[in-house]
Write a protein that binds this ligand. Structure first.
Ligand SMILES: Nc1ncnc2c1ncn2[C@@H]1O[C@H](COP(=O)(O)OP(=O)(O)O)[C@@H](O)[C@H]1O
Ligand SMILES: [Mg+2]
Length: 348
């Protein structure tokens, strides 16, 4: 498979830490795999192994039909990696940077120029194309970095938290660029802490925690696995939370061992249920009989956030920058610190 990613039994330890503890991954050609996981789960390490920046202690990986350990140079020619920020030259303009990447990959000068213009336009950088990269804000640098990774339209792309630190508008336009790319046949492995991003872009999702894949499937499959619907109640008076909780606990399905969760500050209680609208009506009657005033109540399908919480025990922390690595990963990791200075484009 020229465009597929296949990994088996990947292990990578850093001293005591098993960053990868036997990871298997499969990304069929032309599809998007979303790699989800809390901070420190091993996502960046997996990307670094698959992009030949790091050698695994054990296991095998074949990217674009080439073994990453046997022939890293050939793998590098077939892939794009966003986050190669060190490849962006501060003293060149945005346009010059992109043209240089094209020339490095032996693109004819005219095509490199055309591609640079096209990408500047796409990433909303046309107005700044003739300014040196060192004058760019964090968000602009990130976009330039992503554009640089796309100059040669590689058959396989890796993106490690591509939209962390982007404002919603830029995130939206990046999603469109990614969708175009995938429609054109590119295979993509994407890590993200934004579950909405995985929901929208990924055909398949692998959830990693402590260096292992703990669940995989489509977004819908994972949601279905997390179990039916949820009843969500907002009580008017915080003093009523314990009684409301007792009512909900009586009706929650206990399949996943999950009971009712309570968010004190919003007075919101959530419980996974099976039984739909009929059960909802019953819960309303019982809350009413207990004299509990309700501000809001409803039935909803589980979100990917629910899936994530029930699998890993905690919510994602979008906005946390990917962990910085060692020298070997410096080219890659340098990008992640780029948005740190609080520019107008940082959305959190
Ligand atoms: N170069 C390194 N040296 C030592 N420990 C590392 C290094 N890179 C990653 N780790 C550790 O490996 C684990 C996985 O890290 P990482 O792959 O960056 O996770 P994620 O990208 O999912 O946040 C973490 O515990 C991290 O601290
Ligand atoms: Mg990371």
């Amino acid at each position: 498979m020229p465009g597929a990613i296949h990994a088996e039994g990947l292990v990578k330890t850093f001293g005591e830490v098993r960053a990868l503890d036997g990871v298997d991954l499969d990304v069929p050609e032309g599809t998007v795999l979303g790699l989800l996981g809390p901070n420190g789960a091993g996502k960046t390490t997996a990307v670094r192994v698959l992009t030949t920046l790091l050698e695994p202690d054990a296991g095998t990986a074949v990217v674009a039909g080439i073994d990453v350990c046997e022939n890293p140079t050939a793998v590098r020619r077939s892939i794009g990696l966003s986050g190669q920020f060190a490849a962006v030259d501060e003293y060149l303009t945005g346009r010059e940077n992109l043209r240089m990447v094209g020339r490095l990959y032996q693109m004819p000068a005219r095509e490199a120029k055309r591609r640079a213009d096209e990408l500047l336009e796409r990433f909303d950088l046309a107005h700044a194309g003739d300014r040196t990269a060192k004058t760019y804000s964090g968000g602009m640098r990130r976009r330039l970095d992503l554009a640089a990774a796309l100059v040669v339209r590689p058959p396989v792309m890796f993106m490690d938290e591509p939209t962390t630190g982007l404002d919603p508008r830029n995130r939206q336009s990046l999603w469109e660029v990614i969708e175009d790319l995938v429609a054109g046949g590119t295979t993509l492995l994407l890590t993200t802490q934004y579950l909405e991003e995985a929901d929208r872009l990924a055909h398949d999702i692998a959830v990693v925690d402590h260096g292992r894949v703990i669940a995989r499937g489509t977004s819908d499959q994972l949601k279905a696995r997390t179990g039916g619907e949820r009843i969500e109640v907002v009580v008017h008076d915080p003093a009523h939370i314990p009684v409301a909780r007792a009512v909900l606990d009586r009706h929650g399905h206990t399949g996943g061992g999950e009971g009712c969760t309570v968010e004190q500050h919003t007075r919101k209680l959530t419980v996974p249920v099976t039984g739909g609208a009929k059960l909802l009506a019953e819960v309303i009657r019982e809350l009413d009989a207990e004299g509990i005033e309700i501000d809001d109540i409803g039935l909803r399908r589980p979100t990917l956030d629910d899936v994530f919480i029930s699998l890993t025990g905690h919510a994602t922390e979008p906005g946390d920058e990917p962990a910085a690595g060692t020298a070997g990963g410096a080219a890659h990791d340098a990008a992640t610190g780029a948005g740190g200075t609080g520019t107008e484009e940082d959305d959190r």
